[in-house]
Design a binder for this molecule. Structure first.
Ligand code: SF4
Length: 359
């Protein structure tokens, strides 16, 4: 019970007010940053704010989690999209996005343990959005009617915001649908608020890993500086279960857009028994276009990873083609230069011009 109160109370006492945060950091707050935060609010647990403070205003963590005046830059953001990956057109049942044949995304919460400034849902992280509206009986019915769906992927928001009891309720419900064999969680909690990975959660994951064919946790992390003793220890504990640990990383300008930064990160993943799974090219997010980099640059960085890391330590470098075309490899072995075309999941050639500003 103590553990439970601990992470919930830490979450509840996160910084949500920009003035309080800057007072704590002891850094000057400009009118511009104040304005940006009124459009794109902050959400930062105290433990993370402490790490941001220690690293300083030019640190990696400050860039990932503090507002920037570039979020309201008109030139950059004229290329940004509100729903950059086109999820809404695949919302087939309440909280269920069915875009890929055998997998469905389940979005039971809009709440995250932190607001990442580059987030692809930056403009949609609100409980009032369509993708978060709940009618679980209809969700279950859709899953029963679509036996091709063998994997349910808990996402959001961050699904570990739910209590253990709620997660257990969902898992028990999915277990009754025989076609569902795999469960995956996409989360930032192990890195941002490791207290969330409490004894009850670990026991529950272990138990359900005996019931489903695979239980996976895809841990979202972008830079070595996000790790410390506390989150490393929690991940080591998770690695003692039968749950498969995957790493997902967003390639972000100014954060990790170098071979060295990514190699250090993936070596840390390997040390903690996290398999690097996805390296996402940044989405074209309105309010986050300053994090974007050209595909040709991403390809050159990825080529460096291919030279220096063993194949099993290299994630797939993928890009989500806007307007719902889905994920596709971003690495093109024919040329590092980008032709302006990509092959979508269903084999179509899709035109996707890069804005001149970024080439
Ligand atoms: S945890 Fe994920 S969904 Fe939440 S703000 Fe960060 S990137 Fe967005």
């Amino acid at each position: 019970m103590l553990e439970k109160q601990n992470w919930k109370s830490k979450l509840a006492h996160s910084f949500k007010n920009i003035k309080d945060l800057y007072l704590y950091l002891g850094w000057p707050l400009s009118d511009n940053i104040n304005d940006v935060a009124s459009k794109y609010p902050i959400f930062i647990p105290l433990s993370l704010a402490t790490k941001i403070k220690e690293e300083g205003p030019e640190g990696i963590l400050a860039k990932e989690f503090l507002p920037s005046h570039l979020e309201s830059d008109r030139d950059f953001n004229s290329f940004g999209l509100i729903d950059p990956i086109g999820d809404k057109s695949y919302l087939k049942a309440p909280q269920l996005i069915h875009r890929y044949y055998s997998r469905a995304l389940f979005t039971p919460t809009s709440i995250c343990p932190v607001h990442c400034r580059y987030c692809f849902r930056k403009n949609e992280l609100s409980a009032t959005e369509d993708i978060f509206q709940n009618d679980f009986e209809k969700t279950l019915q859709y899953l029963k009617d679509h036996a091709e769906i063998s994997e349910v992927i808990f996402t959001g928001g961050d699904p570990l915001t739910l209590s253990n009891e709620k997660i257990e309720f969902y898992l028990n419900s999915f277990e009754k649908i025989k076609s569902i064999k795999h469960i995956r969680f996409h989360t930032r909690y192990p890195i941002i608020l490791p207290e969330r990975i409490d004894t009850g959660f670990i026991e529950m994951m272990s138990r359900f890993s005996e019931i489903f064919k695979t239980m996976s946790i895809a841990i979202h992390s972008n830079h070595l500086n996000e790790f410390d003793e506390s989150n490393s220890n929690v991940i080591k504990l998770l690695a003692t279960t039968n749950v498969q640990l995957l790493g997902q990383t967003v390639l972000i300008r100014g954060i990790n857009d170098s071979e060295n930064a990514l190699i250090e990160l993936f070596e840390k993943f390997i040390e903690l028994k996290i398999r690097p799974y996805y390296l996402h090219h940044p989405d074209r997010v309105h309010g986050a276009m300053h994090f974007y980099l050209p595909i040709a640059r991403g390809r050159l960085i990825y080529q460096g990873l291919r030279q220096k890391l063993p194949g099993w330590a290299i994630p797939q470098y993928v890009i989500d083609i806007p307007e719902g075309h889905g994920k596709t490899p971003a690495y093109n072995p024919e040329d590092y230069q980008y032709s302006g075309k990509l092959i979508s999941k269903d084999g179509r050639i899709v035109d996707l011009k890069e804005p001149d500003l970024f080439v």
